[in-house]
Design a protein around this ligand. Structure first.
Ligand code: GDP
Length: 327
């Protein structure tokens, strides 16, 4: 994650911070020429490093950074927020007085939100009332089924029992896929026939959990595009019937703006407690994490980092910033 973005960001910082190396070169050129012959290159240098940055010059400086961020899946609105922060810090100053890397870090950091402790949240509620119910939603192929199995495994490691509601009743293969995970993890899968009402399956799973003293019900749902009205109404119904304690949007890290748009619509439709971004292991850009958090102001709980049960990383914004290599 972040390979491409890290390289480009640090390239931009280096280019705009190397005030000691650039002057020597420019100074040599300047002594060889009369002042009137200063090239535009010299002028840019002087403006950038010695003169105070005007708003126009700041816009010019930011333009390249903006392209880098947009190309690496940082949404336009997140870029605007970064620009606002940097503008406040940089306009009126000279670049030599600014630690660009640090300011960029400070501009990105507040956009990312650290999640509450997942296990603690569950245990807190379990003291009062069981089961704890988690509803998962997102588009097809975003990694819901795999992630639910990873969460079940993570709960197991923390001595919390779970069962899975096979509420994706659209795809027969989805029920089968869950049963395979259920067999491997020794976790009950609550299912009905293909085509049944997914809310009814969720309801049954909750009843099963209560009866069998199972701590957590994980509800898998069919992949749905956020622009399909009937499917969005259906997920609303599932949420109404099962009254989840957590509603988790599953987004694919590699899809950038698509994941951001999906998160927004799901959040507006049924409300979102938090996000899990799958496939972070194959995401070179990394900007989706910044964009999704910025779009809905909710934390990312986990990053999916592979196809094995253990490939689930607790989201930590300090770690993310560290990965960007900003000091
Ligand atoms: P669903 O349709 O949303 O239930 O998605 P699936 O759970 O079936 O996942 C779709 C594909 O993505 C499968 O091949 C998974 O193995 C793969 N996948 C899921 N999560 C990750 C992840 O974190 N990293 C990688 N590399 N692949 C993943």
């Amino acid at each position: 994650m972040f390979g491409a973005l890290k390289k480009k960001l640090n390239g931009w910082i280096k280019k705009n911070s190397e005030i000691n190396e650039v002057p020597k070169k420019t100074a040599k050129k300047k002594t060889a020429r009369k002042p009137a012959e200063n090239s535009p290159e010299d002028e840019t240098f002087l403006t950038k490093f010695k003169k105070k940055l005007t708003e126009d010059k700041f816009d010019e400086l930011f333009e390249e950074l903006e392209i880098i961020l947009l190309q690496n899946n940082v949404s336009y609105s997140a870029v605007s927020s970064i620009k606002k922060h940097l503008g406040e810090k940089l306009i009126g100053k000279t670049l030599k007085d600014i630690n660009l890397s640090n300011e960029l870090k400070k501009a990105i950091e507040p956009i990312l939100i650290n999640p509450p402790n997942f296990i603690k949240e569950i245990k807190l509620k379990l003291k009062k009332n069981a089961p704890f119910i988690i509803l998962f939603f997102g588009i097809n192929g975003s990694g819901k089924t795999t992630t639910i199995a990873k969460i079940a495994y993570y709960l197991q490691k923390n001595k919390i029992s779970s069962c899975i509601s096979a509420s994706d009743t659209f795809r027969a293969a989805a029920i089968q896929q869950l049963e395979e995970h259920g067999n491997k993890l020794k976790i009950p899968i609550i299912k009905k026939d293909y085509g049944c009402d997914p809310a009814a399956v969720g309801f049954d799973a909750i009843r099963y959990a209560k009866k069998n003293k199972i701590d957590v019900v994980l509800i898998d749902t069919a992949g749905r595009m956020q622009n399909k009205d009937s499917l969005m109404k259906e997920i609303e119904k599932i949420a109404r019937v099962t009254t989840p304690d957590m509603k988790i949007f599953l987004g694919e890290s590699t899809t950038g703006n698509d994941a951001t748009e999906q998160a927004k619509v799901f959040d507006e439709t049924i409300g979102t407690t938090g996000i899990i971004l799958s496939k972070a292991d194959v995401d070179e850009k990394g900007g989706t994490a910044i964009s999704v958090s910025h779009a809905i102001g909710k934390p990312i709980f986990f990053l999916g980092t592979g196809q094995k049960y253990n490939d689930l990383e607790i989201f930590n914004k300090e770690k993310i910033i560290e990965k960007l290599g900003l000091q």
